[in-house]
Design a binder for this molecule. Structure first.
Ligand code: ZN
Length: 347
């Protein structure tokens, strides 16, 4: 914990110094920064239900970020970026930026869209098309909810003890034990990402039985009607597969289906679509990338950190910069994040 705090304040200091030099203004010239957001939430909602730190930006901070980005960047629609890459190329003196949001969370409609519309900033949302309008919760969201319920009812110490024994029973005893409930939840979710789907679901089942908690029926994802309304206000939609299953765990035929069907649905539902694919969990292989290209997409985005220049390193694995609250709540932190200063501290 202390280690984490020191890292975080060091990052703050270094970011402030870096920001003051203004070096980023030249660093980003002739480059395009594709920003990756997930959820945008008022702080009250973050406190109420468990949201992973890496998953959200507070709505007031998001608005400040929009003002900052408008001041320093030319913000492109994704289709404009593709046209520029295929046409005359990026201008060497201009800083470019593209905003993307993964998963199609309902809060994107409630909190991000009004700000984007007001500031006339375009953005692209990547939708897992089968989840649109559904009451389905992603496993990470369900697990976060149940773990929070466990800590709320049992208290931190007892909650962690129960969780350890539960993980040990399921053969997952190698849990690192951070100091706070929040960090434990985050760490368990991150560790589960390496597990097969079936094991994750059985762990969720055990947690449900232990806590007696039920996942509320509250809708998590936006509806097609909301998506169509957003299309009128400068938002375009790309595909994030149909089911949000990790493509590297699927057969070749399944990948083909996920790629083809998701874009077909976007077109059928009459939203402003853009032929860009977003890999669930950022996971792809060169073979999957070729399949995405063969399915008719013009590009695909990953979750690998980085920005692109005049010619993208790999059009079917574009690098992005993940933006979330704790690492980007001030302008210096945001700039530090975009410049990759955080990488010095994660090594
Ligand atoms: Zn996703």
């Amino acid at each position: 914990m202390l280690h984490r705090d020191i890292k975080s304040s060091l990052r703050g200091v270094v970011s402030s110094v870096y920001y003051a030099t203004g070096h980023f203004l030249s660093l980003f010239k002739g480059r395009v920064l594709i920003l990756m957001y997930h959820r945008v939430l008022p702080s009250a909602e973050v406190v109420q239900s468990y949201v992973q730190a890496g998953m959200y930006v507070q709505n007031d901070i998001f608005e400040r970020q929009l003002r900052f980005l408008k001041r320093h960047f030319r913000i492109l629609r994704f289709s404009e970026l593709l046209d520029i890459w295929e046409g005359k190329g990026l201008d060497r003196d201009t800083r470019y930026c593209v905003l993307t949001f993964d998963d199609g969370w309902r809060d994107n409609y409630l909190y991000a869209y009004p700000a984007l519309k007001e500031h006339r900033v375009p953005a692209t949302l990547f939708l897992p098309t089968s989840l649109v309008g559904s009451g389905y919760w992603l496993w990470s969201d369900r697990m976060g909810y149940l773990l929070k319920a466990l800590f709320d009812t049992e208290g931190e110490r007892e909650g962690r003890r129960l969780l350890r024994s539960l993980l040990a029973e399921s053969g997952r005893g190698k849990l690192t034990a951070p100091d706070s409930a929040g960090e434990t939840i985050d760490s368990v979710i991150e560790q589960c990402k390496a597990l097969p789907e079936g094991e994750i679901e059985s762990l969720i089942g055990t947690l449900r039985a232990k806590t007696g908690a039920e996942i509320p029926g509250k809708r998590r994802f936006l509806t097609w009607k909301e998506a169509r309304e957003m299309s009128e206000g400068g938002i375009s939609f790309g595909a994030h597969s149909c089911t949000h299953r990790i493509l590297t765990a699927l057969s070749r035929d399944e990948v083909e289906q996920e790629a083809a069907d998701s874009f077909e649905v976007l077109r059928r539902e009459g939203v402003d679509s853009v032929p860009v694919f977003c890999y669930p969990d950022g996971q792809s292989t060169p073979a999957i990338e070729r399949q995405i290209q063969a399915a008719g997409y013009r590009a695909a985005v990953s979750t690998t950190f980085g920005f692109e220049g005049a010619i993208p390193q790999n059009r079917f694995r574009l690098r992005r910069i993940g933006i979330h609250n704790d690492i980007s709540r001030t302008a210096p932190l945001l700039v530090g994040r975009m410049a990759g200063i955080h990488r010095v501290f994660t090594r």
